[in-house]
Write a protein that binds this ligand. Structure first.
Ligand code: NA7
Length: 537
């Protein structure tokens, strides 16, 4: 029998697999896709790019990978990230441990022998001691519930299920629904190719310019000199947003509550960060996500940029986010997004005032008007954080399902374990910082934690752990309490499950900061070999 099965061969699963082998466990991995990469394998839409700087969206655990890989751009595009993960799998010789094109359908815990029985869609049965779910926080695409989608006679694409054989939109009429990160990244490129692009906009998001650029030798040298400082500073919570990588020290050190600056200084720092590009405008002040008046300063600054860029005032107004705090819905990092609406072949249709009525064979109907289309692109998002887990027939003690356990929202211990699901662990699970952190780094921390736990159990001759009574409730209460100190719960975003009808409303990621999270996780290991919050047997 295998010691461990890792589900998912993306950033989280690959590192976990390597770690388990290093620690001497027998481990295998399964992935539904035909290659490594996770979301970076399937999100092949035009413009797909990470919105975190590549230099920090990278593994730190392997000196070889760190030394041998060189990113070409400030923000890596999907193909480069896919190449990176393929390089990691080859360099660390992981492929022989991975079964590709294999989806886990069922995983049931057996109380008699403290094992998991995993059944794949191919009917293979895998028996393991420990089950590690590295299934990705944004890996389950969702289609909107619009009547008539099946009637459309042209082709439809979801951004997260983009075909390897890229569609050619040249001269075609393309409709695009959804203006989150995926829509924001793909709209400018589709507009360049299509004959006409019609964007159906429901809720405008704040979009900041990426100012992407090739990484020069000088950038690389600066990074090599500073990377240890930056990685430590990220964990210490001194660096905000998406990393502030390569930024001038002065700007990083100037990050204080907005109230400590005059209005002129506030505008100065916002503009400096806006010119620097990327998510760093959001982290100009340390209190932007907790103090409404600071949030207003940042939001007003960003709104003024839309008016400056979009020539038609009506279009600019439609694109201007209002009614929620900036950052409580994920900020989008784009290139030429607002400028695209100055093109003569791009139309913007307001589907907030008048929701999409239906889709017909010919196109999309809004407010009684049919927009004829050849293609429809759905950039309509994901069932985030819990979706990949609740789609598995996952049963713990006494056959209790994960859907039942999480009926009121996700309940976890440290975002890593679930009471009543012994010997099961999650990477990037709900109740951990996941999507509100640089996921690659928090994944690494969780893999280290899991490795330490399994080693401890092995040393003690134990075959089972479960969460002790009270600890899951306490952690979940803490996750739900700490978010109240922020502005996150005030808006309807996928961060709280609001994009999925019927999904319990609960914050899906830990908002207490990665420093506090890491300290808490590390503190549970006692010198005597005990692990606080777990019962072992
Ligand atoms: P998002 O951010 O969830 O965006 C989905 C978009 O789709 C959003 O603009 C939705 O509008 C829109 N949507 C969904 N259903 C409809 C209907 N029925 N009508 C009109 N518009 C609709 O997904 P992304 O893929 O862009 O990004 C997800 C994350 O992946 C991203 O934040 C990065 O972290 C990577 P709504 O806001 O619900 O009004």
């Amino acid at each position: 029998m295998l010691d461990v099965l890792v589900v998912g061969a993306g950033f989280g699963g690959l590192h976990m697999l390597w770690k388990l082998r290093e620690l001497g466990f027998s481990a295998e991995c399964v992935d539904a896709a035909d290659d490594v990469g996770g979301v970076w394998h399937s999100n092949r839409y035009p413009g797909a790019r990470c919105d975190v700087e590549s230099l920090v969206y990278s593994y730190t655990f392997s000196p070889e990978i760190d030394a041998e890989w060189r990113w070409t751009e400030r923000y890596a595009a999907q193909p480069e990230i896919q190449r990176y993960l393929a390089f990691v799998a080859d360099r660390l010789d992981l492929r022989s441990l991975i079964r590709f094109s294999t989806r886990v359908e069922k995983a049931h815990f057996n109380e008699a022998d403290n094992t998991w029985t995993v059944v794949t869609h191919r009917g293979a049965v895998i028996s393991v001691r420990y089950l590690i779910l590295a299934t990705g926080p944004i890996s389950v695409p969702v289609m909107p519930d619009i009547p008539g989608i099946e009637d459309f006679s042209g082709q439809t694409f979801h951004t997260a299920l983009w075909p390897a054989d890229k569609p050619d939109f040249t001269g075609k009429r393309v409709g695009l629904i959804g203006t989150g990160s995926s829509g924001v990244q793909s709209i400018p490129l589709i507009a360049e190719q299509a004959g006409r692009l019609t964007v159906f906009l429901r809720t405008p998001n704040f979009v900041v310019p990426a100012r992407n650029h090739p990484l020069s030798d000088a950038d690389q040298a600066k990074w090599d000199a500073e990377k240890h400082y930056i990685r430590d500073a990220i964990w210490a919570g001194e660096i905000g947003g998406a990393g502030d990588v390569l930024m001038e020290r002065e700007l990083i050190e100037a990050r204080k509550p907005a109230g400590e600056y005059t209005p002129e200084q506030q505008q100065y720092y916002l503009q400096r960060r806006w010119d620097w590009g990327g998510g760093v405008t959001m982290s100009a002040f340390s209190d932007v996500l907790v103090n409404p008046s600071t949030n207003d300063v940042v939001a007003d600054f960003l709104r003024s940029k839309i008016r400056e860029t979009v020539r038609d005032p009506g279009t600019a107004e439609l694109l201007t986010p209002r009614g929620y705090y900036v950052g409580t819905r994920r900020i989008c990092v784009g290139t030429g997004f607002y400028e695209t609406f100055n093109r003569s072949n791009v139309d913007l249709v307001d589907v907030r005032a008048h929701p999409i009525e239906r889709i017909t064979a010919r196109g999309v109907v809004v407010n009684g008007e049919e927009y004829p289309l050849d293609y429809i692109v759905f950039a309509t998002g994901f069932d985030a954080v819990t979706g990949a887990l609740t789609r598995i027939d996952l049963r713990g003690v006494a056959g209790r399902t994960i859907q039942d356990a999480w009926a009121q929202g996700p309940q976890t211990y440290l975002g890593i374990a679930v009471q009543g699901f012994p010997n099961m662990l999650m990477i990037g699970g709900p109740g951990s910082p996941s999507v509100l952190s640089i996921v690659v780094q928090t994944n690494e921390m969780q893999a280290d934690w899991i490795g330490r736990l399994l080693t401890t159990l092995r040393e003690q001759g134990k075959a089972r752990f479960d969460v002790a009574p009270g600890y899951q409730d306490a952690w979940t209460e803490h996750v739900n309490e700490v978010v109240k100190r922020t502005l996150f719960s005030t808006s309807d975003s996928w961060y709280v499950g609001a994009n999925i009808p019927g999904k319990p409303r609960a914050i899906l990621a830990y908002t207490g900061g990665i420093r506090a999270y890491r300290e808490k996780c590390q503190s549970v290991f006692g010198k005597d070999g005990s692990v606080e919050g777990l019962i072992t047997a």
